[in-house]
Design a protein around this ligand. Sequence first.
Ligand code: 13P
Ligand code: SF4
Length: 321
Amino acid sequence: MPWLALVEMLQREFIVSEIERLKKEKSMIVLAHYYQDKSVQDVADYIGDSLGLSIEAQRTNAKAIVFAGVHFMAETAKILNLRCKVLLPDMAAGCSLSDACPPDSFREFILMHPDHVVVSYINCSAEIKAESDIICTSANAEKVIRSIPIDEPIIFAPDKNLGNYLIQKTGRKMLLWDGACVVHEAFSIDKILVLHQQHPQAKIIAHPESEPHLLRVAHFVGSTTALINFVKKDSCNQFIVATEAGILHEMAKEVPGKLLIPAPAKEDNTCACSECGFMKLTTVEKVYNCMLNEYPEIEIEESLRVRALRPILQMVEITKN
Ligand code: 13P
Ligand code: SF4
């Protein structure tokens, strides 16, 4: 092994052992989303989708959560668990969906459509949550929409693709905010169909943030956790996976014998797959530094936190039934 690679390997091993030491000494847990780099997923105590991560954040007894994900996820953890310190290794880890919904414009939109039930996808800021009646994730969005009385009109924000998918599934009329995920909009339907011709046995599976033409050809649509469970349970041995490529790490561990093909993006990139630049800002080094320094920390003004908590608890209630 070249000496530089050896030094890097030893440094990495040292950092990983320090992370484990700090977890015990400081009573910290690392929560990671499936889109994190595999090296980050490998130091996590829990890996999950937005719903699973929120539940885990709410119920932990740890003194601090290190959130290996993006800002809205860490912010949701803080809204749900006031007692716990919530650390985000890189404060620049945002989300194009959250960015697409500025609070002032959203408030104006709601005022223009009074009497609508406001359902917001969890990929939004605390300010947007505070303006909403119910929050949903990709795992429970259909259930949330179906829980709303049929005669009540609905505003759905900020993801128009998930919104359109829910309109198809439930037949409900909804006013959609015009937001989208840059990663899921980058998939090339033409390349996916060519790939499917080359692998006719493969099933196409997609996250509901993807565009309608892709969701129409998908054999299964679901949250990241639902996609992993599908490849585990389904008898098929080949899948074209249309979501962020980080998920392949956990999927490959769960179904080592199955062929997992990342769906190609419109623009060619080095790995021929789609990666979320926000998610990939987190590194093992940043996780370590934020555990050591207990910084950067998520802070939310208390009255905002309380207003943002109400629609999240509403979601939890609906999901339980
Ligand atoms: P999941 O809740 O399905 O993991 O989705 C989160 C996300 O940001 C997808 O882009
Ligand atoms: Fe946001 Fe899309 Fe990245 Fe998920 S994959 S965090 S929706 S930009």
